[in-house]
Design a binder for this molecule. Structure first.
Ligand SMILES: Nc1ncnc2c1ncn2[C@@H]1O[C@H](COP(=O)(O)OP(=O)(O)O)[C@@H](O)[C@H]1O
Ligand SMILES: [Mg+2]
Length: 348
């Protein structure tokens, strides 16, 4: 997730600022960082069972974690590190999300390897290193492959139906893992805040109770915003009317698909840093539309496979509400105005 509405530019600025802050702290902090670095590298060697562990000089940071690449006995890996108390839960969710996307064989993601606790505090997430550059040439292909990701579960459902109808094969014999509810088998974090992924039969219930309500509760706890509370009370009554005659098949989502979490290499597009769950495919396009980075070729390729259903634009706003509130709860009241505006427009 981006740290503010200017998206990747601010991400770069934030990384620069972070470096500046780090260097301004001077020698004592540097010594601490070095000693943390060596216990981190010892933990990596031990847990990966590698004799070689050579930093490649490729390092970077997203909005949430720091990252660095190493050469190991088993090839080049990318290691994200985070010292927040929630880091293990966050990285485990990312690992499970990457595994789930990988299994669909629809769009390239880094192969997840291991979550490691470093004695003394931080947590690491090791994955395959991919040589990435900005998404450009493969934008259209990302649209196609993202639609394939979203259609993957639906196709399993169709296959399952056929198999059940085939004489001599009962439901119990099939190995198809169709998912007929909304949720995920573990918590995933959009940013560092956990998402409630308990399984629900009904998408509207899932979205209202397990996406918006927890964000409202956090706002309530932090600032007790009366206007937000009142608008949400009105909006809840309105939500079902935004879903008239919709049949929603659970789709595996990336869950945090903004421009900073997509890239490409020679072979095609890459997506990373997911916060997956089974949800409404339209949800995925909400954050994509908030911070830019996706070209027309992406959208036209996507919608040629999954056309916009009536009411799409309003639901997109409803889905953006989650991300604005999630930003409000991560980064402060700079996102209050956008959150309240969406609710005001939707309750009209
Ligand atoms: N598997 C990887 N291989 C190489 N570089 C990576 C990999 N994963 C992330 N990166 C680099 O790190 C940056 C931030 O990664 P990301 O996972 O989005 O971090 P955050 O969780 O902090 O947002 C990416 O933009 C990319 O440059
Ligand atoms: Mg990211």
């Amino acid at each position: 997730m981006p740290s503010d509405s200017k998206g990747s530019v601010s991400r770069l600025l934030a990384a620069g600022l972070l470096q500046l802050l780090c260097s301004a702290r001077g020698p004592p902090a540097l010594a601490r960082v070095r000693s943390q670095g060596s216990s981190m590298e010892a933990a990596l060697k031990r847990e990966l069972g590698t004799s070689v562990l050579r930093p490649t000089g490729h390092s970077g940071g997203g909005c949430i974690s720091q990252g660095q690449s190493y050469d190991t006995d088993a090839g080049r890996v990318y290691v994200k590190s985070n010292s927040k108390a929630e880091a293990r839960r966050m990285f485990e969710g990312e690992m499970e999300s990457l595994s789930a996307i990988l299994q669909t064989q629809t769009v390239k993601v880094p192969k997840p390897i291991k979550v490691i606790d470093v004695p003394g505090g931080s947590t690491l997430f090791v994955m395959e290193h991919l040589e990435m550059r900005s998404l450009n040439r493969h934008s259209g292909k990302l649209g196609t492959q993202l639609a394939d990701l979203h259609l993957h579960n639906q196709k399993l459902g169709e296959k399952l139906k056929k198999e059940v109808n085939t004489v001599g094969k009962s439901e119990g014999q099939t190995d198809i893992q169709f998912v007929d509810r909304f949720g995920f088998h573990t918590v995933t974090c959009c940013g560092y805040l956990p998402q409630v992924n308990d399984w629900q039969n009904d998408w509207v219930t899932f979205y209202a109770r397990q996406r918006i309500q927890p964000q409202m509760d956090m706002v309530e706890k932090n600032s007790g915003d009366r206007e937000a509370r009142e608008l949400w009370a009105q909006l809840q009554l309105k939500i079902p009317s935004l879903f008239c005659d919709m049949e929603i098949v659970p789709a595996l989502l990336h869950g945090d698909l903004w421009g900073g979490n997509v890239a490409e290499d020679d072979s095609g597009p890459i997506i990373f840093d997911p916060a997956s769950f089974y949800g409404h495919s339209e949800y995925e396009l909400a954050i994509a539309g908030m911070f830019g980075g996706f070209s027309n070729s992406f959208y036209s390729a996507y919608h040629s496979k999954i056309p916009k259903a009536p009411g799409f634009e309003k639901r997109l706003k409803l889905y953006q509400l989650f991300h604005y509130m999630n930003h409000w709860n991560h980064f402060g009241s700079g996102y209050r105005g956008s959150s309240l505006n969406i609710m005001r427009n939707l309750v009209k």
